[in-house]
Design a protein around this ligand. Structure first.
Ligand SMILES: [Mg+2]
Length: 160
């Protein structure tokens, strides 16, 4: 049966070290932005995330932002971290992920979708047929109500 269970769960993106990605053969990361790379209300990456991104890049891991956020806001974030982006990506639809994978020539076996939401990031990654990584949401209490009510529902899904 189709499962929403992520392949990997980490407390934050920085737990995805180069060694860990190497050991599972991941060469490209598709990264959610809000509550994954930054707190919801902040325009700055989380502490340590800039260093982490720099380390991954120098190790040859390819990075791409895949966000449901508004294009203008995500473009600014994209420019500040110097990672290309697609937004709004309309996750859980997998089309934006598939488009990026075609564009960048990513292989399904060596690409992972990383995000904080089951019903968008993880579902989109699974529909696209790639590895999925769930991170603990950062600053989720700053989110609008419609995003917040999903979280208890998501917990139920992970437990099953
Ligand atoms: Mg998010």
């Amino acid at each position: 049966m189709f499962s929403l269970k992520p392949d990997i769960e980490v407390s934050g993106v920085i737990d995805l070290t180069i060694e860990r990605l190497d050991s599972i053969g991941i060469k490209a990361l598709l990264l959610d932005v809000d509550c994954t790379l930054k707190r919801y209300n902040s325009s700055e990456p989380l502490p340590d995330v800039i260093d982490w991104l720099t380390q991954l890049r120098s190790a040859g891991i390819s990075l791409y932002l895949v966000s449901n956020g508004g294009g203008v806001r995500i473009r600014q974030f994209s420019e500040s971290v110097q990672i290309p982006f697609v937004a709004p990506a309309m996750k859980p639809l997998p089309f934006a992920i598939c488009r990026v994978m075609r564009l960048m020539n990513y292989d399904k076996k060596s690409t992972a979708m990383v995000g904080d939401q089951l019903f968008t990031d993880i579902l989109a990654g699974k529909l696209a047929g790639i590895l999925t990584v769930l991170v603990n949401p950062n600053g989720a209490n700053e989110e609008p109500w419609f995003a917040r009510i999903k979280r208890p529902l998501e917990k139920l899904f992970v437990k099953r």
